[in-house]
Ligand binder design. Structure first.
Ligand SMILES: O=C(O)CCC(=O)C(=O)O
Length: 252
């Protein structure tokens, strides 16, 4: 059971909360198996998004816009997982609902549901970034995301790392996303970094503006993590180049 009041307070203050074990082992196993089935093309959903990982360990070398490229365990991202029944069970997990509702009054929708995979060979590093800003194409910046480990994510195994309180610094750039090197240098964050090692089934609540990153895994084991970003239903897609998105309804 999550202590919702304590989690909300820590979230406002620190920008992240280790929620402990949230997802039962049986569901974690089903989700892991499903992630593999999706990567191998054994289960398919029209509209699912895939990005192959880079061969270099540098995320900037990961190919853009190619989608599924045949069976492989080296995909870096699988997105639109609200299309999958098992992942919907995690997005709407009854242990998460009271927390999400405490943070987002009224009906709740989903911005994205995404698996981040670091394959056993190491995967790629994700640098300091914020999950908000113009890049996201929203009428309001999102704030609430829950990241759940589907495999163990120890310190050397590609766990998340955060800078506590950095959500209160606002956006580093209006565009959002990766924090530019000069801003990282100016903030001098290395002494403030908190690694968040977790075991499979544990979840972490993250403020979208919190600086977070993850390294490659050097354990020889794969690391699957799942992130769901929740929005108040009033938030609209304001992108102009493509037709505006409508968002999946999570909690009515
Ligand atoms: O799973 C990871 O390693 C990184 C997750 C992340 O960067 C995100 O949720 O925005």
């Amino acid at each position: 059971m999550i202590d919702v009041a304590a989690a909300v307070e820590a979230f406002r203050e620190q920008g992240f909360v280790k929620l402990g074990p949230v997802v039962e082992e049986a569901l974690v196993e089903q989700l892991r198996a499903r992630a593999v089935e999706l990567m191998l093309g054994e289960v398919t959903w029209p509209g699912l998004f895939f990005q192959m990982d880079s061969a270099t360990g540098d995320y900037r070398d990961a190919p853009l816009g190619l989608g599924w490229q045949g069976p492989s365990l080296n995909y870096r991202k699988l997105e639109k997982l609200e299309l999958d029944d098992r992942f919907r069970a995690l997005i709407r997990h009854p242990s998460l609902e009271p927390l999400v509702r405490a943070l987002i009054p009224g009906p709740v929708s989903l911005y994205r549901a995404i698996v981040f995979n670091k394959a056993a060979g190491g995967g790629s590093e994700i640098p300091w970034h914020q999950d908000a800003g113009k890049l996201w194409g929203l009428s309001e910046d999102p704030e609430v995301q829950v990241w759940t480990a589907l495999d163990d994510a120890p310190r050397e195994g590609g766990c998340l790392e955060v800078v506590p309180g950095s959500h209160r610094w606002g956006l580093s750039t209006p565009l959002g996303g990766v924090v530019p090197d000069d801003v990282v240098a100016r903030r001098d964050v290395e002494g403030q970094v908190v690694p968040l090692p977790v075991v499979a089934g544990e979840s972490v609540l993250l403020h979208n503006l919190l600086w977070h990153r993850s390294g490659r895994t050097s354990t020889g084991h794969r690391r699957l993590g799942f992130s769901a970003c929740y929005l108040p239903e009033r938030v609209r897609c304001v992108r102009k180049k493509k037709a505006p998105r409508s968002f999946f309804s999570v909690f009515g």
